[in-house]
Ligand binder design. Structure first.
Ligand code: ATP
Length: 301
């Protein structure tokens, strides 16, 4: 990874946004094995986001020519809404996020943000509009302040402090004699999974993107921490369009809409209550997860 990014460092600040996008994505999707080249269209304008609606319009996509993963997928995500994408492993949930970031381009169909086809805008402007709170956050061997400020070039201390508060990192930072100057990472203070997650949330708050992607982030955390983090994420999602990629349904039951993906097709969509009434794929997933929870509960006693 370092090898790949060193030349970009030399090219200066303008590339930081791209680089950050790559690091976020690498963390989330472990994509670095085979990053694909997508190029800006000549003379492409910047994406201008006034109302951060996201539309997938009949998107067809496969990583390889002979294996289609998304079969004409259409999703309508209104500006400011909180939606979740669920479905079995391999259904294509992460692929949707990769396409949104333009790590790949669809073979057919369009992806629009606020009415603008993402193929036609600069990648820098696209990635500025998108924030990610990944599953495994990457921390740099630097200060906690640097790690938070990494969300945006030129972030000042006041912004960093506000972001730390927003991510509920205040109590941790107060405990540290050197505060934001505390070194973290391999050579410094080791942060817990939940604390790392909060640094990622703070980073996102500094970046302040209109569209937020949440990779279900809580698998390695205990229940109490998980609940705390979910509450923080809910607060951070205010006034943004939020797309959660979820494995556990209990965390997304209050979403404005849930899209249920099955083998690259939209099987169902609706609110939690509507999907339960429908008694289809989602209801079955819900019942299965409830049963698993019961079993775990019994096993724990
Ligand atoms: P999970 O819940 O397990 O994370 P998912 O719904 O996010 O799964 P995707 O990661 O989007 O699923 O993958 C959808 C399909 O695309 C899978 O069959 C997967 O094997 C395939 N796939 C993913 N990445 C690549 C890749 N880089 N090259 C080829 N095929 C890929």
């Amino acid at each position: 990874l370092t090898q790949l990014f060193r030349p970009l460092d030399m090219l200066g600040m303008v590339y930081r946004t791209i680089r950050q996008g790559l690091i976020d994505m690498a963390a989330m999707f472990k994509l670095m094995d085979e990053p694909q080249e997508v190029a800006d269209a000549p003379g492409a304008p910047a994406l201008v986001v006034r109302r951060p609606a996201v539309t997938f319009d009949n998107v067809v996509f496969g990583y390889e020519p002979d294996r289609t993963i998304l079969h004409g997928l259409s999703l309508e995500i209104p500006a400011g809404s909180k939606v979740a994408i669920v479905g079995p492993s391999g259904a294509g949930k992460s692929t949707i996020a990769r396409l949104l970031f333009r790590f790949y381009d669809p073979q057919a169909g369009r992806i629009l943000i606020d009415g603008q086809d993402i193929l036609g805008v600069t990648q820098i402007s696209l990635r500025k509009a998108l924030g990610i709170v990944p599953q495994d956050s990457v921390l740099f061997n630097d200060t906690i302040g640097y790690n938070i400020a990494y969300g945006r070039d030129g972030a000042g201390l006041a912004e960093i402090e506000a972001a730390a508060r927003g991510a509920a990192l205040g109590p941790l930072i107060e405990r540290l004699p050197q505060g934001f100057e505390t070194e973290v990472g391999e050579r410094g203070l080791k942060l817990s999974g939940g604390e790392k997650q909060r640094v990622a949330i703070a980073r996102t708050l500094v970046k302040n993107p209109p569209i937020l992607l949440l990779d279900e982030a809580t698998s390695a955390l205990d229940t109490r921490t998980e609940q705390d983090i979910l509450a923080t994420l809910n607060a951070v999602s205010q006034d943004r369009t939020t797309i959660s990629i979820a494995h556990r349904l209990s965390t997304i039951a209050d979403a404005d809409a849930i899209f249920v993906l099955d083998q690259g097709r939209l099987a169902e969509s609706g609110t939690h209550a509507a999907l339960l009434r429908r008694d289809g794929v989602y209801a079955e997933m819900w019942a299965r997860q409830a049963a698993e929870k019961d079993e775990l509960g019994v096993a724990a006693e």
